[in-house]
Design a protein. Structure first.
Length: 566
């Protein structure tokens, strides 16, 4: 996975370099990306994917895709398939190395038996609430379970019966026997197994006890020979437990390293809350273009190159912060500016009639496809007597510094002619519905032979040749930078933006976009970047606006985008 910007060193990269220097893992580098298949990946996962796969590739190693499928009540095959697609799309090269924690259930069970035999684990009859109550606090030690000192024989018997399905959900757990007075609450006899009579998407009803993440994760890493287990900072306090399990079992010991997670303004990163948005129909599925999911961003028109460049710019640190959404949008614009073909489209059409243009005459105007890439060549755009322009490009009574079309004013039509407004037609409400103009035939291509200048150039489409399209305009899904910033008695959905989506059904587009493959990206000149939606058909064109042309970051010369602290 090759970043689009030069590799910048950071503390994880430095750790790997030192490990290679000292031959810590025999010169190997093997990382893993371990999502839980309980939802679709979001942009926060993109940073982890970029880091896990990028480091493995840089150092000639491998990165596994492993599903942490230890909670069957929340996991679905749909999510597995979606995650595989998203990782591939982002450039994650896992080859045939797709693994599942469920593949290791048998070995994890045998290791639980080993820990019980060694007096390092026991079966506990306390309920989940009782376990929490007896856990203690940061300043007070926890209380030992009354079942902590059961004999090895009794524990093994109960474990077998748990495995056989004798007990109901939540009746018993298997807990590690560590230290109820530890300053690290994660070491206070954590739960290793819980009873859950639920059908697993891969193992079916073979198991009714399932390992907890903290128990399964390190051992799964060990089984796969992972060298560097890279996690986000919330797992830093879990690292001593990760180390304890692999050390007690005497198995291969990967190194867990934590880094800052991605937090983005106006963006929700909780999969549980994103699931709520989907299930309660606040959005139209996981790939709704307003969603921060990778599938939603792909549908909206983001490119994998833009997301990888964004992740490269973020850097890697040991301090959580929050990144401005404008940085992500800057990276999207920067990438699309290079690759997106230019076309003309009118979102809010206003009819323009050129009175001195011949009836029935159609000219082909040469238009540049992409000024950033001369190799993209040019196309012909039909020009005729009746055109559409944007409503905002005309004012009957123009304010000061309005230089676009108005009565008596001359403007340039992009790739066309100079036109001058002579009169308007209004409807019974007094609204302008048609603008009448004259054109100067000597200005074909947008240049006047006498050298006169105009202050504005506007885009257009020929009315007789225009394609009708539905265009969907998107704003941020939330109105607040922190969607979780709510008053007591409210929840994050109260911060949803009621204007996050606007659907325009009367847009007019130039004919060159006909039959564009789904996902094709364009720059609609002066309007922004747009993408052909998956619901688009030849008879019903549908475009999503990927991002506007406005770019706050580009105005800041030589500024290195960073984070603002929480």
């Amino acid at each position: 996975m090759t970043p689009t910007t030069p590799v910048a060193s950071h503390f994880i990269r430095d750790i790997i370099l030192e490990d290679l220097k000292t031959n810590k893992f025999g010169g190997r580098v093997c990382t893993r990306f371990p999502p839980e298949p309980n939802g679709y990946l979001h942009v926060g996962h993109a940073k982890a994917i970029h880091l896990d796969f990028g480091l493995a590739k840089e150092f000639g190693g491998q990165c596994n895709l492993r599903f942490d499928d230890t909670n069957p009540s929340k996991e679905e095959t749909e999510y597995v398939e979606g995650i595989i697609e998203d990782v591939k799309w982002l450039g994650g090269d896992f080859g045939d190395r797709i693994f599942y924690a469920s593949e290791y259930f048998g070995q994890l069970y045998e290791w639980a038996v080993q820990l019980i035999r060694a007096g390092k684990a026991y079966v506990c009859d306390l309920t989940a609430d009782q376990v929490r109550e007896q856990r203690g606090t940061l300043t007070e030690p926890g209380q030992e379970s009354p079942y902590r000192n059961r004999s090895v024989e009794e524990n093994l018997n109960l474990l077998e019966r748990m495995r056989a399905g004798e007990f109901p959900d939540g009746a018993r757990t298997v807990r590690a026997k560590i230290d109820m007075a530890s300053k690290n609450l994660n070491l206070r006899d954590p739960v290793m197994y819980r009873i859950l009579h639920a059908e697993h998407h891969r193992t079916g009803t073979q198991w009714c006890i399932y390992p907890m993440y903290d128990y399964a994760h390190g051992q799964s890493d060990s089984i796969e020979g992972i060298t560097h287990s890279i996690c986000t900072l919330e797992f830093e306090d879990h690292r001593p437990l990760y180390d304890w399990f692999v050390e007690q079992l005497g198995i291969h010991h990967p190194q867990q390293i934590e880094f800052d997670r991605l937090n983005l303004t106006y963006t929700m990163m909780s999969k549980r809350k994103l699931l709520k948005l989907v299930q309660e129909k606040y959005v139209n599925g996981w790939d709704d273009p307003r969603m921060p999911t990778i599938s939603g961003m792909r549908r909206r028109g983001y490119t994998p190159e833009a997301l990888r460049n964004f992740c490269s710019r973020l850097g890697v640190s040991k301090t959580n912060g929050i990144t401005e959404l404008s940085l992500l949008e800057y990276c999207v614009r920067e990438d699309l500016n290079r690759r997106a073909l230019r076309v003309m489209g009118v979102l809010h059409p206003l009819r323009v009639v050129i009175d001195n243009y011949s009836d029935g005459l159609v000219e082909e105007m040469e238009a540049i496809n992409n000024p950033e890439d001369p190799g993209d060549g040019a196309r012909n755009v039909p020009f005729s007597k009746v055109l559409y322009i944007e409503q905002d490009d005309f004012r009957e009574d123009p304010p000061k510094q309005f230089y676009r079309l108005s009565p008596g004013r001359e403007v340039r039509l992009r790739y066309g002619y100079f036109i001058t407004c002579t009169s308007v037609t209004k409807n019974p409400k007094g609204e302008v519905v048609e603008v009448h103009c004259t054109y100067d035939p000597e200005t074909r291509g947008g240049n006047a032979p006498d050298g006169r200048k105009v202050k504005s150039t506007i885009h257009w489409v020929s009315a007789d040749h225009a394609l009708n399209a539905e265009v969907r305009l998107y704003e941020t899904l939330f109105t607040k930078e922190d969607p979780d910033d709510v008053e007591e008695g409210h929840e994050f959905t109260d911060n949803l933006n009621p204007r996050s989506a606007e659907i325009l059904t009367g847009a007019k587009l130039e004919p060159s976009v006909a039959n564009s493959p789904l996902g094709t990206r364009y720059q609609f000149e002066r309007l922004g970047y747009f993408c052909v939606d998956r619901e688009s058909t030849p008879l019903n064109l549908v475009f999503n606006r990927t991002v506007t042309l406005k770019d706050a970051w580009a105005k800041i010369e030589n500024k290195t985008p960073g984070k603002k602290p929480k």
